[in-house]
Design a protein around this ligand. Structure first.
Ligand code: GLY
Ligand code: MN
Ligand code: MN
Length: 446
């Protein structure tokens, strides 16, 4: 399950069409990051670079131009666009130690660009590539190494002897253009994301089946990661959260160190990364398979709130209107349970509920778990569009320190699904892991 070469080429053409005429774009790959001494974290490609190339090596650059290049006969005549990659050169010794490289000779045909060069030559070649363009686009958040490469090329182009070169006079951040594209997922992307969601759902089911008092949070984490890897998704998309008892009230709890206790709930927030794309699922379930009456009350409230939100998430709808519907259900429930007092409207207006539900409704999902794309246009929530993928994840967290009836203390619940906006509303991609109380109890009774 991959993205086709022609889709990568279409993305590059679309990016250039969205830039001003006579523009050059430079997109850099990630570098390896030291973990300790001479070992590195597993390599993770820069999401923008990955989106445009599907190429998973460090120290690479993609250069795109929408001006027909005077010195580049290679430019594809059909489009008048020019594309080049800079990649690590083949190196027998380095490849024996660190792994295979695509190499310069194969790069252009494999990645579908007009030209390929050795990444070690970028400092020299970039000056000529930039020459004659009016606009340059790159990530203004680029890491210092990349930023230095581009600013040096720009400076050399500006200071070329007797102004023999023409340096771009306007510098643009490439991120808004590229991230607007990434926000709307293609059919191929949705297919991969559906598989990532299915694998993650299987992992949650596996953890539910494994759960019992006396096991440790890290053992549930191991069950999840085992399932990810066995299904071909080698890495989690973010730090897995397994929080039992009051640990569920720590939103980004990743210690995953405690023993599961009978009678507690356990909150798992985990999703795999598949071909670069993230899934992001949270389920909360009883350690030993049975919700207590109080747990049922709070759990059903979060579930009802999530279902109310889901009903609003459709083309033309907004995240804030869904949040409002969700908050209304939460407030009505909390007032009924005596956790909040006063009128529904006053609680909504004063945002008293934020004490127990302190995060947003959800976020865009894609190559990044908190994916790119702006949420507001001119200060107003942007209307949802077909092909947007997002999470819907209300929660209630009542720490031991809360000023409420003791029976509610130490309970944290979140239910998180991933949805894609469709013509008919939305499709819940993560429905293969149960979330109804009866379904969870039935599964865990197995
Ligand atoms: N797993 C991070 C989040 O739910 O936003
Ligand atoms: Mn999330
Ligand atoms: Mn999550």
């Amino acid at each position: 399950m991959t993205i086709s070469l022609s889709e990568f080429q279409q993305r590059r053409a679309r990016l250039l069409a969205n830039c001003a005429p006579n523009s050059i774009c430079i997109i850099a790959a990630s570098s390896l990051v030291t973990r300790s001494n001479d070992t590195e974290y597993p390599f993770r490609q820069d999401s923008d670079f990955w989106y445009l190339t599907g190429f998973n090596e460090p120290n690479a650059f993609l250069v795109l131009s929408n001006k027909s290049m005077p010195n580049a006969e290679q430019a594809t005549s059909a489009s008048q666009h020019y594309s080049a990659v800079f990649v690590q050169a083949s190196d027998e010794n380095a490849e024996i130690w660190h792994g295979r490289r695509l190499g310069v000779a194969k790069a252009a045909s494999k990645l579908g660009t007009d030209a390929a060069f050795d990444a070690d030559e970028i400092d020299d070649l970039l000056v000529d590539l930039i020459d004659g363009h009016e606009h340059i686009y790159y990530s203004l958040d680029a890491e210092p190494r990349v930023d230095a490469t581009i600013t040096m090329a720009l400076s050399e182009c500006r200071n070329a002897p007797k102004q023999s070169k023409i340096a771009p006079s306007s510098v643009h951040d490439i991120q808004p253009v590229l991230h607007e594209m990434r926000l709307i997922k293609s059919e191929a992307e949705i297919e991969i994301m559906q598989r990532a969601a299915d694998i993650s759902a299987m992992a949650h089911v596996r953890a539910m089946l494994f759960s019992q008092a006396g096991k440790f949070e890290y053992q549930l984490e191991a069950e999840l990661h085992h399932e990810f890897t066995m299904q071909g998704a080698r890495y989690p998309a973010y730090g897995t959260i397994v929080g039992s008892g009051e640990n569920a009230c720590i939103l980004h709890y990743t210690e995953n160190a405690d023993e599961l206790r009978s009678g507690d709930l356990v909150l798992i927030d985990a999703g795999c990364e598949l071909a670069g794309y993230a899934a992001d699922i949270t389920r909360t379930f009883p350690v030993d398979g049975h919700f207590s009456p109080v747990q049922k009350q709070l759990y059903q409230l979060v579930l009802d709130a999530q279902i109310a939100a889901l009903a609003c998430l459709k083309p033309g709808g907004t995240i804030s209107s869904a949040m409002l519907a969700c908050v209304r259900v939460v407030v009505e429930g909390l007032v009924e349970l005596g956790i909040l007092s006063g009128s529904i409207e006053a609680n909504i207006e004063k945002e008293t509920w934020r004490k127990y539900f302190m995060h947003g409704l959800g976020h865009w999902l894609g190559l990044d778990v908190h994916d790119v794309g702006i949420y507001k246009i001119d200060g107003k929530d942007r209307p949802l569009e077909i092909g947007m993928v997002m999470t819907v994840e209300p929660g209630l967290y009542i720490p031991a320190s809360a000023n409420v009836d003791d029976k509610y203390k130490g309970i944290g619940i979140r239910i998180e699904d991933d949805i894609v906006i469709t013509a008919g509303g939305n499709h819940v991609m993560t429905s293969k892991v149960p979330k109804e109380i009866k379904q969870i109890e039935a599964l865990m009774a197995k």
